[in-house]
Every structure is written in structure tokens, then in C-alpha cells.
Design a protein around this ligand. Structure first.
Ligand SMILES: C[S@@+](CC[C@H](N)C(=O)[O-])C[C@H]1O[C@@H](n2cnc3c(N)ncnc32)[C@H](O)[C@@H]1O
Length: 289
């Protein structure tokens, strides 16, 4: 599994713009990698600013530090887990994250209580399709709407485990779900998959086959397993945890009823004790993550 690469230059710029780094600011980067982003951040903050960058991999951290020193770039390189931030030099005006995140670590909100935290966000279900989100933090609460799609290597401790063995789920029974057979799969399409991941935190899936023939959607969430059998001219059936198959079907119903909304209609509100996703507006319809 690849663990580090320099990102596409246009993507690096898009993310630097989203972080909106200004002259003289103090910036914490998470995921030093090659060190090139730290160098660009240094350029943006100017001589009166400060850049600290944290990398979890000791080898990468040491080579980035040597590279930055050789180029005469003044950035503090820290080897450690970026998910706890770096309290020693806090507070920061900006936190610029370059590894994919599925849950925002509360220390970041404490270390950047008034500023911007920019990160690539994804869910268990969205896979490699992350979205950039710039959280504007005021008094320790961050609010931001999802933006451009990006694909990032996940923070090491937030990688998904393997799919694992499928348990014997007992009998297959005919289902009474609030979706037609042709509404079951479509919410998993790229745009929908992002929204469904917000509606159903922790959910992962596998799907068999293609076309109109009978197929199976396998669902897994926090130790619960369920599958849904469906297809044109076939009775829809379920197996396993009925709450899980019903939650999936209700989320799919929600997505269809809202007109298959684009991911950029969603956003995040993150505080010390609560992370919520919202639809259209921070004060609108929302649900805990
Ligand atoms: C896409 S690369 C970053 C590219 C980098 N910004 C650059 O300019 O080259 C992602 C980096 O995040 C690092 N990483 C993953 N989990 C981390 C964690 N928990 N704390 C700090 N760094 C982490 C990886 O080792 C990898 O170097």
C-alpha cells in the first residue's frame, strides 16, 4: 500500500488556496511527506510567519528535514502522530492537512481555536473519493462546506481494516423496504456514495454483478452484517441485521427524495465533543457522525 507521495501540483495549490494562508501567520501542517508543501507554506507566511510540519513516518520525516535544511527553508519538522497535533508551538492560525481524515481529532480545534483547518475528508463508504473542507474555527467550533473532490492517502490510524470473513446470517427473507429495486444501487454512485457515507457513518459495502440481473449488496457496520438481494423482476430480499438493511434503505430513500444532492450541498460542524454533518446549511437538517 503506498503511504506517501508528493501531490499533484494543481491540487497542492487548490488546497493552499483553501487554507487561505496569510503573511505572518503560524501554520501547522499534518503529513510532511517530501517537505514540498511545508516549503510552499513557508513562502506564503513570509519572514514573520512560522511553519511546523508533523510526519508520522521517521524515515520520511528525517529526509524531509534534511531536504528543507539543504534548501535553507526555515520550517520545524516534527516526527510524531499528527492526529494529536503539536501543542508545543500552538496556537496556530491555520492547520493544513495533507493526509485523508475520517474523524477530526479534537486537539486540532484546541490548537487552532480561531482560524482555518483545511483537510481532505472522506467516510468509510466514500473510499478514495475525499472532499476538501476548510473549517472556519471560532471559539473552538469549526464549520465548513465540502468542496472539490480529491484522493488522499489516509492518516495511518484511520485506514480501514480488511473486509474480513462474512458470517452465516441465517435465512433470506422477503423485504419490505422503502425503495424500489432500481433505487438500491444508485446512491452508491460516486456523488451519492459521499452523501450516503455521511448519512451512514462507518458503513462499508460490496456489490455483486451489474446490469438488471439479480444481484446482492453486502453491508457492514460496527460488527453488524446484512445483505440485500434485488434485481429487475426479482423480489427484494434481506439477510442478517434487519436494522442495518433498513437504515441503508431509509438513507437511500432520503437521497432520492432530496433529488440526489451533490456532495457540495453538505458540510461539517465540529466541536470538542460532537461532529455533525449538515445538508444545505449549518442550521439545517443535520445528523451526528
Ligand atoms: C500525500 S502525503 C503528503 C505530501 C506532503 N504534504 C508533501 O508535500 O510531500 C501524506 C503523508 O501523510 C503522512 N501521514 C499519514 N498519517 C499521518 C499521521 N497520523 N501523522 C502525520 N503524518 C501522517 C504519510 O506518512 C505521508 O507522508
Amino acid at each position: 500500500m503506498p503511504t506517501c507521495s508528493a501531490s499533484l501540483p494543481s491540487l497542492v495549490k487548490l488546497m493552499l488556496d483553501a487554507t487561505d494562508v496569510r503573511d505572518g501567520q503560524r501554520v501547522l501542517e499534518i503529513g510532511t511527506g517530501t517537505g514540498v508543501t511545508a516549503a510552499l507554506l513557508r513562502d506564503r507566511v513570509g519572514v514573520n510567519g512560522r511553519v511546523v510540519t508533523v510526519e508520522v513516518d521517521p524515515g520520511l520525516s528525517a529526509s524531509a528535514q534534511a531536504r528543507l535544511e539543504a534548501a535553507g527553508i526555515d520550517a520545524t519538522v516534527v516526527c510524531g502522530d499528527g492526529l494529536v497535533g503539536w501543542g508545543t508551538d500552538a496556537p496556530y492560525d491555520r492547520i493544513h492537512v495533507t493526509c485523508g481524515i475520517r474523524r477530526i481529532p479534537p486537539p486540532w480545534l484546541r490548537q487552532c481555536p480561531d482560524g482555518i483547518i483545511m483537510l481532505p475528508w472522506g467516510t468509510a463508504l466514500s473510499g478514495e473519493r475525499d472532499r476538501v473542507v476548510a473549517l472556519r474555527v471560532r471559539d473552538g467550533v469549526g464549520v465548513g462546506r465540502f468542496g472539490a473532490e480529491v484522493s488522499f492517502m489516509k492518516a495511518r490510524s484511520q485506514r480501514l481494516g480488511s473486509w474480513g470473513d462474512w458470517p452465516d446470517n441465517g435465512d433470506t427473507v422477503e423485504a419490505d423496504l422503502p425503495v424500489r429495486w432500481d433505487e438500491i444501487e444508485s446512491p452508491l454512485e460516486p456523488f451519492g456514495g459521499f452523501a450516503m457515507g455521511l448519512l451512514l457513518p462507518g458503513l462499508t459495502y460490496r456489490l455483486s454483478g451489474g446490469g438488471a440481473e439479480e444481484r446482492v449488496l453486502w453491508l457492514k457496520r460496527e460488527g453488524a452484517h446484512a445483505s440485500i438481494g434485488f434485481g429487475d423482476g426479482h423480489k427484494t430480499t434481506v439477510e442478517g441485521d434487519t436494522r442495518l438493511s433498513r437504515d441503508y434503505a431509509q438513507a437511500a430513500r432520503w437521497w432520492h427524495d432530496r433529488g440526489r444532492p451533490h456532495p457540495e450541498r453538505f458540510g461539517l460542524t465540529v466541536g470538542e465533543n460532537e461532529q455533525r454533518a449538515w445538508f444545505d446549511h449549518p442550521d439545517g437538517e443535520s445528523w451526528a457522525l
